[in-house]
Design a protein around this ligand. Structure first.
Ligand SMILES: [Cu+2]
Length: 166
């Protein structure tokens, strides 16, 4: 089906673009300010979610961004369709895109994110992230954020992310 393959192409391109951005920033990963969090690994339907965390929003900030690594250890392609959070009025999958003018903007990933069999998808600063809007309470380091990942095949996977220092 032509339309479907077109949509898929766009999704894959955005993932590749993000991965190359990440590869570019990997060299500076030694930044001691970068929080190192074990996250909470979850194994479900061959999906492993690790290194999940949310930096504490600035004081008074009503929104935050969460990051994680999703590994598909199964032999079946999956797709992260959406996210939900009981702790936020709204949760969306976002990416950063650079305009022709060199301006970096956040864009919702309307089609979600493909998680191919055997593949790893990384949500990290400067790239894909879970945008949490209208946070329902103030989150400080040591707190926990509830997040549900909605996959096409694996279904809902609830996780709890540690809130870490900014
Ligand atoms: Cu965002």
């Amino acid at each position: 089906m032509m339309g479907k393959s077109g949509v898929r192409g766009i999704g894959v391109v955005s993932v590749l673009a993000t991965l190359s951005i990440l590869a570019g920033t990997m060299g500076t990963a030694a930044d001691p300010a970068e929080p190192v969090s074990p996250g909470i690994p979850v194994v479900d339907s061959g999906l492993r979610i690790s290194s999940a965390f949310m930096p504490a929003p600035i004081a008074g900030g009503a929104s935050g961004a969460a990051y994680m690594v999703i590994e598909n250890r199964s032999e079946m392609d999956d797709w992260l369709l959406a996210v939900r959070s009981a702790d936020a009025g709204r949760a969306q999958l976002h990416n950063h895109v650079e305009t022709d003018d060199g301006i970096v903007m956040m864009r919702p990933l309307e089609n979600g994110v493909p998680v191919p069999a055997g593949g790893t998808v990384t949500f990290a600063r400067g790239g894909m992230h879970v945008m949490l809007m209208r946070l329902k309470h103030r989150f400080n380091p040591g707190d926990t954020l509830k997040l549900t990942l909605v996959f096409r095949s694996a279904g809902d996977i609830p996780i709890e992310l540690p809130v870490v220092p900014r």
